[in-house]
Write a new protein. Sequence first.
Length: 376
Amino acid sequence: MRALAGPVLLGAWLLVMCFVPDPRPLGAPEWSVAAVRACSGIGEPAARVVATLTLRATGFALLGALLMVASGAKSWNRRSIAVVAFAPVLAIAVLWVDLGHFPIALQIEIATISALTGAIAWRALQRSPLTAIGLFVGLGGFFAWGTATGISDESHAAARAVGRHVLASHGNLPDGDAGFARALELAFDFAQANTDGADAVLANRAAILALAVILGEERVAAVASRDIDPSVLPEARALRQRVALYGRTDWPQHFWVSAGLTALADADRSIAVGLTKELMDATPGGSGFSFADLAADAAGNLFTLAATRDADSARAMQARVHAGVRVADFFPDVRDLPEGLSREELEQRYGGLGGAEMQRIVAEMRSRLAQCAGLQ
């Protein structure tokens, strides 16, 4: 029975890692952010990054440790060395299964380093059973807490208030680009006036999350582990059909969904979601890969980073929006970028994701985004 315990625990943890959504896929829980802030004194955005990375790493470290346990290695020998070599491979494979696509470079780095650390740490701690038990309990509990996603009650209340204010004025919002600009002004001005004036980051995040649900996609609320009032959906959906960027009603949706995901999570995950969506569109039956849509995703991502990086950048964004929104400051004209590309065209004409032509267009897209004053 004792010999089976290791493989059984490893198998159970593999199932958890494969089928529970990528640990903390859209941000660390509020308790962990608060703990990091209390221990380090760093700002909220930085604390959220630290907490998220810590929780993600914990899951893969436990995977490496359990692999060492299952191997039955009692000393540093060929078996334990093989485990150390195999742990990163298993971690990346598990992450691939969980995400549904091959992980990006940063995710691979985190998984590799964490799994190696877990395997080596378990072997080093094997002579101290009490320490090892404490490690497993701590790591398991920390990871279990970390799989929860959502926002604090304070952020939820603030975002909900902003959303109600924007929707109350939906009849007066103009169509097209002017509607995008006016909705942004309404949300930010209201959030700034109705939240704690000392916490500009909270106010901006509330405005972004409200617009992500209203002008982006209501399922962003589900990602935040919050319900949405179904009575507001008809107004929100009607507004999405009127608000545009450069005459396109789909680009505000890309912009605000990406902005909302970044507010709930981290930039790399938001970018990966947008890229995966475009690659799915390139499959038969999809609308085709769009560099322009990818630019809208990236613009939303950069907007949230600029608006919530720290208190100074948050207040600077509030001042910019209050002075009046120019669409070109937040999203460049990308109507000339290629769209509607099939997977075959993407491979043949652009060399796939790593192709030289693909990189050239991405560089052009980034250059245009860098010229948007509101995204810096």
